[in-house]
Write a protein that binds this ligand. Structure first.
Ligand SMILES: O=P(O)(O)OC[C@@H](O)[C@@H](O)c1c[nH]c2ccccc12
Length: 274
């Protein structure tokens, strides 16, 4: 794997450089116009908004977005996931509201093949977890029958954010619009993003601070679905995010390293009950 810090720019910058290079190779195989056609041929996306809305008041607990993540730039290899499909089936059995599958290759060791394997196995809404910097990736997500794409505000300018959100909705999908600062929350609000995440991991430095969610949550517009992202180690972390008003919590590392991920999700939900 490539070291976490490149000599110039932030971690996020260097991840995006690799993402653009890898996408160039895929565009050479499947042209943008062909990808648009493929996206149009897939059955309609599942309603992720409906799956996540009202998590705050759900008597069964908040929604869990369970992530299939093999490695991360902050930790390196996380888990030797032999079957992403089997892991996802356990997530679904535990009651995950949605499942996130990393497809970024260089730092997260993910792939669209992992995504396809999970898609073939479960019917819950799936998030194609990647660094979206080109509309090609949104068509590509839909072509692989994704229901949700990730739009990281820090990686996009205002025009991209607006256009990519609109395209996502045109294709019948939802976007998880990820923020980390007050300014990014304001930008997400300005484009009326319906689902907004606060990532407690700073993607520029990889530092994690779970108290960051509570610090920023008040800044989120009332109407949005609120997603707390990253840093969950145990059920009490999920309970804390829930008490701070999260509708859903995105959990990766703790689940891929857990011996019984299905039970872990059940416990997380239980602990978060209002
Ligand atoms: O493994 P954790 O700490 O539970 O985090 C999960 C998820 O929030 C994290 O993987 C993530 C949040 N935003 C991202 C953007 C890109 C890649 C990964 C991420």
């Amino acid at each position: 794997m490539i070291p976490a810090h490149s000599s110039t720019g932030t971690v996020l910058d260097s991840i995006i450089e690799g993402v653009i290079e890898d996408m160039g190779a895929r565009k050479a195989t499947t042209s943008p116009s062909r990808m648009q056609q493929l996206a149009a041929e897939v059955s309609p996306a599942r309603d992720a908004h409906a799956a996540l809305v009202g998590g705050r008041d759900n008597p069964a607990g908040v929604g869990i977005i369970a992530e299939v993540k093999r490695a991360s730039p902050s930790v390196g290899p996380l888990s030797n996931i032999e079957s992403p499909a089997e892991l996802a089936a356990q997530y679904a059995a535990g009651g995950a509201a949605a499942i996130s599958v990393l497809t970024e290759q260089r730092r997260f060791n993910g792939s669209l093949a992992d995504f396809d394997a999970v898609r073939a196995r479960v019917d819950v809404p799936l998030l194609r977890k990647d660094f979206t910097v080109d509309e090609y990736q949104i068509y590509e997500a839909r072509a692989h029958d994704a229901d949700i794409v990730l739009l990281i505000v820090a990686a996009l300018d205002d025009a991209q954010l607006r256009d990519y959100l609109a395209l996502t909705h045109e294709l019948g999908m939802n976007a998880l619009v990820e923020t980390h600062t007050v300014e990014e929350i304001e930008r997400a609000a300005a484009v009326e993003a319906p689902i907004v995440g606060i990532n407690v991991r700073n993607l520029k430095t990889l530092e994690v601070d779970t108290s960051h969610y509570g610090t920023l949550a008040d800044q989120l517009p009332d109407a949005v679905i609120r997603v707390a992202e990253s840093g969950v180690k145990e059920a009490q972390d999920v309970a804390m995010y829930a008490a701070q008003g999260a509708d859903a919590v995105l959990v990766g590392e703790a689940l891929v390293r857990h011996g019984e991920p299905s039970q872990a999700i059940t416990d997380f939900r239980q602990a978060s009950r209002p």
